[in-house]
Design a protein. Structure first.
Length: 140
């Protein structure tokens, strides 16, 4: 029971950390550079798409930790949820016209994706040291 509560708490802590990274990155992006309607829209698009994918992947990856088959399926689903929304947005940006390309939407998408990926990796490293998957570490 103790490990379930710890896993739920870590899931919420991780989700809060991902949101915080998006807020910090978006704030820095908006403050560093010339303001413009296209630039602000590009940052909003990139932040929203990457946050959706990252949060969905984080939550999906935290599900079904006890059953090995479901853990593998949840991990694969997390990878797909993390990768496909930004890829779909990139394809849309490339085909949507000059406005999105000139505003740097693809570059912002990459920046947000990499920031959230690095955060996700750190959360997994910290989480595995704090107790492993499904309470694999012996409790006293």
């Amino acid at each position: 029971m103790k490990s379930v509560v710890r896993d739920r708490a870590w899931t919420w802590i991780g989700a809060a950390a991902l949101v915080a990274v998006v807020v910090i990155t978006a704030t820095a992006a908006l403050l560093a550079g010339e303001p413009g309607p296209g630039r602000v829209a590009a940052i909003r698009l990139a932040a929203g798409v990457c946050l959706f994918g990252s949060l969905s992947g984080w939550i999906a990856g935290r599900c079904a930790r006890q059953d090995p088959a479901l853990a593998v399926a949840a991990s694969l689903a997390a990878i797909c949820l993390r990768i496909f929304p930004p890829l779909a947005a990139l394809a849309w940006i490339r085909s949507a016209g000059e406005t999105w390309r000139e505003s740097g939407a693809a570059e912002w998408l990459l920046i947000f994706y990499l920031a959230l990926l690095a955060t996700d990796i750190l959360l997994h490293i910290i989480g595995s040291r704090a107790g492993g998957r499904g309470g694999a570490r012996a409790e006293n």
